[in-house]
Design a protein around this ligand. Structure first.
Ligand SMILES: [Ca+2]
Length: 269
């Protein structure tokens, strides 16, 4: 007569830890989300490596930065934005209006109508098109007026009238606490040699939006994939990984399920 039997198998300690870890993820949603975020980071690294991403810095000289809104005491050195030093910053004017310059009035959809915005104007941006990235580091010590939402506008002429600037992108930073860093992808359909970065919302402790803002570091990049990369050579497999990753990233943390986690985990070898 056949009977079923149980076998006890030796499992190495690290494998056992992984089994327990996965088991916990099924019953504790916080653990699942944490593991899913770790997995997203690993997949993002794999994808970037496979695509052989070429990242090009677009602000290479402080001469590209127009200091019309620089504060007379804390905004005189606009090069502070690109000096690689988190301890130095640039501040738009909080001593009344900048001389001879009016703040731009932003009428964009979704924002409070008639809000006045200080902007940073940048030249030499004719290559900012396609897949791009914004890097912004908040100041360590400032309680108020940290950048939260910004609008990028473009024009063919440095002196174009306000109404002739075209909206290129709207970006809300995910990390707006003191000293936090942001790297945010965005896409641009049409390039313009001049851009303006208008800040339309700030992060604060005690004050609402006051028009003026500051940042420790700010940079813009174009992000290109190598056309002969491993990603391209992998064909369909790479596409499926990309699509599964995109679907995972588009799912809010509260909706992450073990199945969604596993779908990405299984394909990422
Ligand atoms: Ca700096």
């Amino acid at each position: 007569m056949n009977t079923s039997e149980w076998f006890l198998e030796f499992v190495p300690e690290d494998e056992a830890a992984e089994v327990i870890d996965n088991f916990e993820a099924y019953f504790n949603h916080g653990v699942l989300v944490e593991k899913n975020n770790e997995l997203r980071e690993k997949v993002a690294e794999t994808l970037a490596l496979a695509k052989d991403i070429i990242r090009t810095k677009l602000i290479t000289s402080a001469d590209q930065l127009d200091n019309r809104f620089g504060d007379p005491s804390e905004g005189t050195n606009i090069g502070n934005l690109i000096d690689g030093d988190a301890g130095t910053f640039w501040h738009t004017t909080w001593h009344g209006y900048a001389e001879g310059v009016e703040p731009m009035w932003y009428y964009g959809e979704g924002y409070e109508e008639g809000r006045e915005c200080h902007y940073l104007q940048i030249s030499g941006m004719e290559n900012m098109v396609g897949n791009c990235e914004l890097y912004l580091r908040e100041r360590d010590g400032a309680d108020n007026d940290r950048v939260k939402t910004l609008v990028i506008m473009g024009a063919d002429d440095a002196e174009a009238l306000d109404e002739d600037w075209t909206e290129m992108a709207v970006i809300t930073l995910p990390h707006t606490d003191k000293g936090e860093e942001n790297t945010v992808p965005f896409t641009v359909e049409e390039a313009y040699p001049y851009i303006r970065i208008l800040v339309v919302e700030t992060a604060y402790s005690g004050y609402a939006f006051r028009s003026f803002w500051h940042a420790a570091e700010l940079q813009l990049y174009t992000v290109e994939e190598n056309p002969n990369s491993q990603f391209v050579l992998m064909g369909e497999v790479a596409q499926i990984l990309q699509e599964t990753y995109d679907a995972n990233c588009a799912t809010p943390d509260e909706d992450i399920t073990p199945e969604i986690y596993e779908a990405l985990s299984l394909i990422h070898i």
